[in-house]
Design a protein around this ligand. Structure first.
Ligand SMILES: Nc1ncnc2c1ncn2[C@@H]1O[C@H](COP(=O)(O)OP(=O)(O)OP(=O)(O)O)[C@@H](O)[C@H]1O
Length: 714
């Protein structure tokens, strides 16, 4: 079952310039989604049967009413009343039961279809490439996945049920009317095309206005979603008025579309009511003449009028359904637009059987441009990473570093060249298996709206409690998790204020440790963290990387001396490669990057302020910037770490690299990792090499400020 197959491209109208969505006729939209009713169709048939039986019961009831009028009412005979009355009651009970069953079944089938369609679209959207989400506003996507999905239900299920029941009802009532008085019926049916003409007159405008409404609805959801997502920016920069204006603009479009839609529907309803009145008057006029000539009884005229009364709603309903379906087509167009976007990668036709790979990663002459981009992101890139190696990919912004990570996870396939894992091209591996072997730790910390435990466990579904806890311990997350109100059961969400950036990152590291993939891709693992938090994730990161092939994409070169190799990328090509010391000695692109990074830290002065102890300047010599409070001097791994405490205001105009500094230790603090852990993750546990609080890169690691306050938040 594939609702996206055979899209009848030849029937697609021109691309709608105004909305950027192709306009599609209702029948094409219907054919596109009808396959999704597979399995529901026999229930739909049953609904139709109920509808037919219900309509037959109504028809019979009206005929019994005619009988009752002529035999009992006109003659004033109570004895003639009982028999037709009993039959009428029986027919009414059967009709009620069948209608109840039919309507319940219709509601069930309708909701099943909506669920199925939503799942189908959601599943499709989840396979779409990253650039799709960059180019579509999230609010608009939400609106398509909710409102537009329901519109399609109207088109495919309710529309079909409604049309069938309207047609059957109209046929039965019309047949009964003809049976009663064919000449009278023929006279009134002459006027029936008026309904059709009225519907046709309104259909085009109703579709346009519905499309405007759907687009405006998506825009409103987008503005609200973006505004709430940027609430800090809105509040901090006093953007409330600007945001309100943005919302008002979109709401104005929605308001105009809604009012126009109501006016059009109302005008149509009133026109139809007038046509109906003309028909009824025609019947009464002809009926009065027929009764006066004795060719018709009062009971027959009443029954005939009743048939017309019953007949008009389905006839009117048919025309109205046409309009509803036309309006629903606007929603279908928006959904089809998404369904027509193809995923950038697909599973291979045949699975190449491979065991767990050792983790040799190779990019062989890879070139790639993003869809629609006019310049290449990767240009003949080649490198190999052997099992267990740490390779750092660095370079200026826009060089193509993150694109490398997208190639490794196969978010895209290269335009030329190949990416291989243990010599197997990634295209030959099923996506699920590839992503089991290659774990990504992305730049933004991804959090599920769930408990801390579930957030770690999603690294390996079904992991034991002990494994989850071991991963948290290895990621230095266990302690802060225990301090949360409900420990591992504490609920977190993407905008959770409960956890700091560093804590979220350690949670992500725990998840990656639990996943235990042979290949690790770290995309800027310390970016966005303040220097303290960044420092705090270094050890967990080392444990995570130990024994795995690691490709770390980063601007932060503090970890560079650890790397087996550094690749400097610029404009999608490797411009330099080697170890840290070699590249520094060469004095090329890497050493310039390294120097600019350190200069940036020093120039901005944001990360490191000299303390009294460092400056050696006597207390109370005011020469510049006040630094008269306890200061945590951070960052500048290469420059060392200093924590100082100025006893009184100290003013410095500029400062020289520190001569002396006094790290503050917490002497009683012991490593907190259980013995069991170092046995579980022997490679990942460099305790003996790097004793706690003494980092080979950063030197001694202080844990508290001189006044005893802990340095780390958790
Ligand atoms: N979705 C996209 N569509 C079009 N071009 C893109 C897309 N994503 C990235 N690019 C372009 O591809 C090139 C490489 O981007 P990439 O994100 O890989 O750079 P980067 O080195 O990771 O940069 P940064 O360090 O700033 O994250 C850039 O010129 C960028 O503008």
């Amino acid at each position: 079952m594939d609702a996206t197959a055979d899209p009848d491209q030849e029937d697609l109208d021109e691309y709608d310039e105004e909305y950027g969505t192709p306009t599609i006729p209702a029948k094409v939209a219907f054919r596109r989604f009808w396959p999704l009713t597979a399995g529901l169709r026999r229930w739909l048939m049953l609904v139709w049967v109920c509808t037919i039986v219900g309509a037959l019961a109504e028809t019979e009831a009206i005929l019994l009413f005619s009988d009752l009028t002529d035999r009992a009412l006109a003659k004033g005979s109570l004895s003639a009343f009982w028999s037709p009355a009993a039959k009428w009651l029986g027919v009414a009970i059967v009709g009620a039961f069948v209608s109840y069953a039919g309507n319940s079944l219709a509601a069930w089938a309708t909701e099943r279809f909506v669920m199925r369609l939503r799942e189908h679209v959601f599943d499709h959207v989840q396979q779409l490439p990253p650039h799709f989400f960059q180019r579509h506003r999230q609010g608009d996507l939400l609106s398509r996945l909710t409102g537009d999905v329901e519109a399609i239900e109207t088109l495919v299920v309710s529309g079909v049920i409604g049309t069938a029941s309207a047609i059957f009802s109209a046929l039965f009532y019309a047949a009964a009317a003809f049976w009663l008085r064919w000449d009278l019926a023929a006279a009134t049916f002459v006027l029936a095309p008026l309904f059709w003409l009225a519907a046709r007159r309104f259909s085009g405008s109703i579709k346009d206005v519905s499309r405007e409404g759907r687009v405006a609805d998506g825009a409103i959801t987008s503005v609200v979603e973006e505004s709430l997502g940027n609430i800090v920016l809105t509040q901090a920069y006093g953007r409330r008025d600007a945001e309100r204006r943005r919302l008002n603009e979109e709401a104005g479009a929605w308001f105009r579309a809604s009012v126009r839609s109501t006016r059009l529907n109302e005008a149509y309803e009133q026109l139809v009511a007038v046509i109906e009145t003309v028909c009824v008057l025609a019947v009464i006029g002809i009926g009065a003449w027929e009764i006066s000539t004795g060719r018709m009884t009062l009971g027959q005229l009443l029954a005939f009028s009743a048939f017309l009364g019953y007949l008009y709603p389905p006839v009117r309903g048919l025309a109205q359904l046409g309009l509803t379906i036309t309006a629903a087509t606007a929603g279908a167009e928006r959904l089809i637009e998404i369904l027509d976007v193809r995923p950038s990668v697909a599973d291979p036709a045949r699975d190449t059987e491979t065991g767990r790979p050792d983790g040799t990663v190779e990019l062989r002459d890879v070139s790639f441009s993003y869809p629609g981009a006019d310049r290449v992101a990767l240009d003949g890139l080649s490198f190999t990473v052997n099992p267990g190696e740490l390779v750092i990919v660095t370079g200026p912004s826009g060089a193509g570093k993150s694109t490398v990570s997208k190639m490794l996870l196969r978010f895209y396939d290269p335009d030329a060249g190949e990416v291989l894992l243990d010599g197997v091209p990634l295209q030959n591996l099923p996506l699920a298996r590839l992503r089991e072997y290659v774990t990504l730790l992305p730049q933004e910390t991804l959090v599920l709206h769930d408990t801390v435990r579930a957030n770690i466990a999603c690294g390996r579904p079904g992991a034991s409690e002990q494994a989850i806890m071991d991963a948290a311990v290895a990621a230095d997350a266990h302690e802060f998790i225990l301090r949360l109100p409900d420990g591992y059961d504490t609920k977190v969400d993407p905008n959770s204020a409960r956890l700091s950036g560093g804590q979220l990152q350690r949670l992500a590291i725990a998840r990656a440790i639990l996943r235990d993939a042979p290949v690790l891709v770290l995309d800027e693992p310390t970016t966005g963290l303040d220097s303290m938090a960044a420092r705090r994730v270094v050890k967990p990161l080392r444990r995570l990387m130990a024994g795995r092939t690691t490709i770390m994409i980063t601007h932060d070169l503090n970890l560079a001396p650890d790397a087996d190799r550094i690749l400097v990328v610029d404009r999608g090509r490797i411009v330099e490669t080697g170890r840290h010391e070699e590249l520094m000695a060469r004095g090329g692109a890497y050493s310039r990057l390294h120097r600019s990074q350190n200069n940036a830290a020093m120039d901005t002065g944001e990360l490191r302020l000299p303390s009294f102890a460092e400056t050696g300047i006597p207390v109370g010599v005011p020469i510049g910037v006040p630094v008269g409070v306890p200061v945590a001097v951070a960052e500048g791994a290469a420059a060392g770490v200093g924590y100082g405490y100025s006893p009184a205001p100290v003013f410095v105009e500029s400062w020289a690299p520190p001569q002396t500094y006094e790290p503050v230790y917490e002497p009683t603090c012991q490593p907190t990792y259980p013995q069991a852990y170092s046995q579980t993750y022997p490679q990942a546990y460099p305790q003996t090499e790097y004793p706690e609080y003494s980092d080979p890169l950063f030197g001694p690691m202080p844990t508290s400020l001189p006044d005893g306050r802990p340095l780390f938040r958790d």
